[in-house]
Design a protein around this ligand. Structure first.
Ligand code: PMP
Length: 421
């Protein structure tokens, strides 16, 4: 049963049971309308209210500044690899064109030196950089740092002073992945050397797990299926200037640049309140329910505490057995969300995973591209004063991965070590 297992998969991740219970009645008969939520028109007043409430909760959690827009999209994080590059190149082109008083020849010259900077610290940022090359050519992509070259594998973040950044207005944007889900590498904070630039970040696997200064970014995006909700929804937070400063298709054609597909055009989606086409409002509602609870449970400061505590317990358990377990990433770059571990000898990994499964500790196998063991510590967590009151009167509100689930895993790790030391 659901109560007997803890699912440590990286995404889709486990969601709070209370939200799913409400969702199961919402999909049959939403607010006594007789229609399930997935059957209601995305253009109804009811759907508009859901969109507005979900956006408000997100704005409140991340303290999103007024001059930022929020978009709800489909296509996952992967679609954003393309959308970010299209829209930020457009932003750069139009900015340069404005400076040159509309002289397209000047921009054509500037384009020859323009670079999209990619900070490659793992498989997902690598994929982002590959997509930019596929769309715009190898020449325009500058890999600022590549951890695989620096360390032999994706296990750390090179010192910023070694990064080969593009300076000044030749820099179209800089892109990085805040938490590399497959490799377990997370930035401890905003990279100092990117301060003041046009920066886009993939926060698919650590959004809402800590506080973030949104004003440092031009774009933040995240697929919902790890920390926020169900698969099928992607959240994009972006500076409004990007929407207002875009070239026409004719300008792009004159510069021999590709025109973004309509579903990747941020200005068009924004103008239509994310409803240019049929948006899955049911998924938006689930994300909204989760975020509403997070606001009530003390916001992101609280989530940060819980994430740090749960990850700390797991890293400590692994560190008690250096002869058996080795954390893949180096200290200083270790993810709080995805804890990547190898066991030695390698045969022990299978034994560990099998024993875990027998105890209802599921989803611990490393990503197929790297193997090993991956403990994903996804959010959200609803434990709060509010939920304690609920508990006295009703039942405990729950987390995706409860602290009790983490304790069970830690106990298993300790027992496993005793048996195999
Ligand atoms: N970025 C990161 C950091 C991810 O973890 C993932 C998916 N695991 C993606 C992008 C791709 O997301 P999607 O599968 O939703 O396209």
């Amino acid at each position: 049963t659901r109560e007997e297992i803890t699912y440590f998969g990286a995404g889709p991740a486990s969601l709070p049971t209370t939200v799913l219970q409400n969702a199961s009645s919402a999909i049959l008969n939403f607010q006594n309308t007789g229609l399930g939520l997935a059957e209601h028109s995305h253009r109804s007043a009811l759907s508009n209210d859901i969109l507005a409430a979900t956006e408000n909760s997100l704005r409140s959690l991340l303290s999103i500044p007024e001059d930022y827009a929020v978009l709800f999209m489909q296509g996952g994080g992967t679609t954003q690899f393309s959308a970010v590059a299209y829209n930020l190149l457009g932003y750069w082109v139009q900015t340069q064109l404005n400076k040159a008083n509309g002289d397209i020849e000047v921009v054509r010259e500037k384009l020859k030196k323009a670079k999209m900077d990619y900070v490659v610290t793992g498989g997902w940022s690598q994929k982002g950089s590959e997509e930019a090359k596929r769309l715009f050519g190898d020449g325009i992509v500058n890999v600022v740092t590549d951890s695989k070259k620096g360390f032999g594998e994706y296990c750390g973040i090179e010192e910023e002073k070694k990064w080969k950044r593009t300076a000044g207005e030749d820099n179209v944007f800089t892109y990085y992945c805040d938490n590399e889900t497959v490799d377990g590498v997370e930035f401890p904070g905003f990279p100092k050397s990117l301060e003041g630039g046009v920066v886009a970040a993939d926060m698919s696997s650590n959004i809402l797990s800590r506080r973030v200064d949104v004003s440092k970014f031009h774009i933040i995006f995240a697929g919902a299926q790890k920390n926020i909700g169900t698969t099928g929804l992607t959240i994009v937070i972006l500076k409004s200037a990007i929407l207002q400063t875009q070239p026409t298709p004719a300008t792009l054609r004159a510069l021999y640049l590709p025109i973004p597909p309509i579903m990747m055009s941020y200005p068009i989606l924004a103008k239509n309140n994310s409803l240019y086409n049929t948006l899955p409002i049911f998924d938006v509602w689930i994300a909204g329910e989760v975020m509403k609870e997070l606001v009530a449970a003390g916001g992101l400061a609280k989530q940060e505490d819980v994430a740090n505590r749960k990850a700390g317990k797991i890293y400590a358990a692994v560190a008690r057995a250096p002869g058996i377990f080795k954390v893949v990433p180096l200290e200083g770059a270790r993810s709080r969300m995805n804890i990547c571990v190898r066991a030695q000898p390698a045969e022990l990994e299978g034994v560990f995973l099998k024993g875990a499964e027998e105890r209802g500790l599921l989803g611990l196998k490393g990503h197929r591209s790297v193997g090993g063991i991956r403990i994903s510590n996804c959010m959200p967590c609803f434990t709060s004063l509010f939920s304690c009151i609920l508990w006295l009167t009703w039942k405990p509100a729950d987390n995706s991965i409860t602290e009790a689930g983490v304790d069970k895993l830690v106990q298993y790790i300790d027992e496993f070590v005793q048996k195999n030391a």
